[in-house]
Design a protein around this ligand. Sequence first.
Ligand SMILES: NC(=O)c1ccc[n+]([C@@H]2O[C@H](COP(=O)([O-])OP(=O)(O)OC[C@H]3O[C@@H](n4cnc5c(N)ncnc54)[C@H](O)[C@@H]3O)[C@@H](O)[C@H]2O)c1
Length: 276
Amino acid sequence: MTNIWSYEGKRVAIVGCFSGMGEACARELVKLGAEVHGADIRESPVNLASFTQVDLKDWSSIDKAVAGIGGEIDALFNCAGLPQTFPALDVMRVNFMGIRHWTEQWLPKMKRPGAVASISSLAGMGWLQNVPLLKEAIAIDGEKELIAWFESHQEAVGDGYGFSKQLLNAWTQIQAVKYAKEGIRFNVTMPSPVKTPMYKDFQQVAGDGVLNAFTAPTGRFCDPAEQGNPLVYLNSDAASFISGVALPVDHGFFGGVVTGELNVQELLAQAAAANA
Ligand SMILES: NC(=O)c1ccc[n+]([C@@H]2O[C@H](COP(=O)([O-])OP(=O)(O)OC[C@H]3O[C@@H](n4cnc5c(N)ncnc54)[C@H](O)[C@@H]3O)[C@@H](O)[C@H]2O)c1
């Protein structure tokens, strides 16, 4: 009998497996018996079936990487990302344009049923308030045209981080509907802050007070594996009817804010005091 939780006999690709959540996710997939093909701008320390260097900022690098890995896959894991300490356009190119192009190159090579799980962020949780603008950008196909759109919408793009994550959330929902009849599922997670190598960039931008505020529900930060494992679940057969979900992985922070159970004003005041 097929084990719906298992990755035995499955061939998967993962981008962003050098460090952090992607590295943790890749390690778990190897443990679960998957044939894991990794890609990243920096060589992964995980013992993978193959590793390919890719720069998500560059579509020709993506095309070469996907062609080089070759073959069909059962599932795709999108874990790479850049923080807002990088130029806004680079952040947009990696976090949205690169992830989207990489996924689109894999879709013809994806088995049916298949699944795609990406990492967004709580920084993109406002996407529902921005759908018309997000759809305008998502409707643009070409690399140059999309860059031109970002350059002419600098106010919306801002530092690139929140907007790129909003785009990833909205695009995931659109893809989920578009590919439902073909049997490909699309989901995205929205982690709260995690102490991966990227955390130091967030410390620089937001300060420890703000980052600590996200630990309000439990009083602790999560381990990168606690973000990698939900992706493993979402792309497993056990999640066969889950598609189009933007899942907060934050131990209740998002729900606490929405329902007012967490007092945001109080948390922000504490954050300001801690950062002072
Ligand atoms: N750490 C956090 O607090 C946090 C919170 C919410 C969401 N996220 C998101 O989680 C994802 C994983 O980040 P992380 O926290 O594990 O940080 P990380 O820095 O450890 O991982 C990012 C990965 O992306 C890769 N990468 C960066 N630029 C690339 C490029 N041009 N081409 C290919 N690969 C590239 C890096 O080499 C690295 O392996 C990111 O999308 C990030 O935005 C992080």
